[in-house]
Design a protein around this ligand. Structure first.
Ligand code: GTB
Length: 217
């Protein structure tokens, strides 16, 4: 059955792979599932046909036959559950990998998003200079604890899993800030993720969609 995902027609990041369709593309590439991409304009995102797929009018979405999903975490989880390669067979290891997916999305990603908002949308507010260091501290607290847990391991819990895919995807958002440089094992962890052939294919596909060289993965 054909899998179709949605992505920005014009990604605000200029094809740097920071938009959330990249993590979905990456998961599909890891498990070897072909997929098609429907590019959606900012206006079309808020119109009824897309809102029927995504109640908040965002990307990415995922369609496969009668099934329509939204939320990158739910989509990656679905892909990982239905295909070999992203979740261990052992029940406990599988539960731990899923725990890392949730940790990435609900513990590590929120302060990182907040930092983006503080820098990009609130930088001109009179209180911004006072608030920014507080927001940055909250990011650094999470990174310090994640760094301590990862130690010198390659991945968070044994072999590469959907937990790592999600954590690396979340941390990638920090790359332009330079903050990751203060955590050498996390910087190396992200680089290991980026070096995976499946990530490279996903990155190239999202970039090709942006540069107009192609729109399907
Ligand atoms: N929780 C949802 C998920 O994980 O799927 C969040 C989805 C989401 O935020 N989608 C964004 C969107 O559709 C695109 S990824 N925004 C349009 C809108 O809300 O109207 C977020 C994003 C946007 C831009 C950059 N960037 O430029 O670097 C990075 C990430």
């Amino acid at each position: 059955m054909t899998i179709t995902i949605t992505a920005f027609e014009r990604s605000p990041d200029g094809g740097k792979g920071l938009s959330r369709d990249t993590r979905v593309r990456w998961a599909l590439e890891e498990v070897g599932q072909p997929y098609e991409v429907r590019l959606v304009s900012s206006r079309a995102m808020k119109e009824p046909p897309h809102l029927a797929l995504h109640p908040f009018g965002q990307i990415p979405t995922y369609e496969e036959g009668d099934l329509a999903l939204f939320e990158s975490g739910a989509i990656v989880f679905h892909i990982a559950e239905r295909n070999a390669g992203l979740l261990p067979d052992d029940a406990s290891a599988r539960a731990r990998a899923i725990t890392w997916m949730f940790a990435a999305l609900s513990t590590v990603e929120p302060p990182i998003l907040e930092l983006g908002t503080a820098r990009l949308l609130e930088g001109d507010k009179p209180w911004s200079a006072e608030r920014l260091p507080l927001v940055k501290d909250r990011v650094c607290d999470r990174l310090g604890r994640l760094s301590a847990r990862l130690g010198d391991a390659d991945w968070l819990d044994g072999g590469f899993s959907a937990g790592d895919l999600m954590m690396v995807s979340v941390l990638l958002r920090l790359k332009p800030s330079g903050i990751l440089g203060g955590y050498s094992n996390l910087a190396a962890y992200v680089a290991r993720g980026e070096a995976r052939p499946a990530y490279k294919r996903a990155f190239d596909a999202q970039q090709a969609a942006f540069t107009g060289k192609g729109s399907t993965g």
